[in-house]
Unconditional design. Sequence first.
Length: 418
Amino acid sequence: RGPGPSVGDMAVDKKKKEKEKRPSNTATARAAPGAILLGLRGLAVLAVFSIGHTLAANAAFLSEVDQKMSIWARLFFFIVAQAVANEFCVLWMLQLARRLCGESLPFGAEMTPEERAENDPSIVWPPKDLLSEELRRLADRKGQPFFLNHVTGKRRFKDACTRFGMTLGSVFTVWCTCRWMDKRNLADLGLTLDAPFWSEALVGMVVGITIVAFMFVVELQLGWIHFLRFFEVFDMSENFARCILYDVVFHLNVALNEELPVRGWMLYNLAEAVHSHLGLAPTTAFLAALVVESAFFVVMHLQSPGGTELKSMINIFLGGLAGGLNVLFTGGRLGFTLGWHFGWNIAMGNVFGLSTSGIPISATFVSVAPHPDKRRLHGGVFGPEGGFVSPFAYALGIALLWLVYGFPKGGILLAAAG
């Protein structure tokens, strides 16, 4: 047995142990601001919803015409409440997604620049050997000459989780507003979840996929986009099916997160208010409210890449009108418009490889390269929704809607008309 450790060795060991403890202390210190911020957001949610419940219970801002809280007060509460609820739920779901991905960021931390980025520059795309000679000459332009945003499947998993958080916030907000202020339930907004609802959702999905296929064929035949290959996953280390699954979950939540608040609560309540205050017939009131809802739908997309361009705004407005007509033609039900929205998004991004309002993708069944010099035709980074074919696709979708359901005979049934 050799001699025991010297006093100097013991001092060195003690310093090493202290250093080993420092990272955990540092992580705790870094986690504190994030946890505090998350807690403050939770308090904001509690405060906003408590105020809303108190005002509703005490009949504040009562409208004699509506016999309930004024539409302006309800609309203000709805927008503010959904904003704070969505932010809180998104941040919570982001923490869960990070843990499931094995990351060790401090609890409560905001989205990092990488998590916010629309495109991952480390993904080299497209492979030049798949490009035509013409496109190969254009591939060396600075930036993203082919416009499409690509990220890893891991990132899309996080996006799916945060979108689910937005859905939680939206559904909770709509439910509270309906119960406290509107005195109705979600089924009255068209979210019936019965057998006709699911059949209409399936038909709507088929229509959504069909009209996107129409746009794809037109753009391909006109040379605006160029076919590369089938079954592409942009990070070759990842599984194709898993990446597609993440986007399916993401776009299911996009459809519900946008359709229920906008084409459900907002459109119905605005139509009801127009009918009550202006004395218009229910269907006419619904069409007037449809214009306002479509303008709000444009505002929702302004932050998307390319969303501020005039063609993009016009097409999104038309898309809002089409979504509202889906509700009108199906008698106020949301199944068809939810299916249309999901079919449109998933087909555009993950079946045909096109840009969906600039949303990044990690895998697609059909990989294409938009022509760098034809941005104004195919929509550039915003995709077909910013291009020339989109209005014709909406018109085709409405024609198919009419073929399935015919013109609405009884119009839309509003509670105020009751």
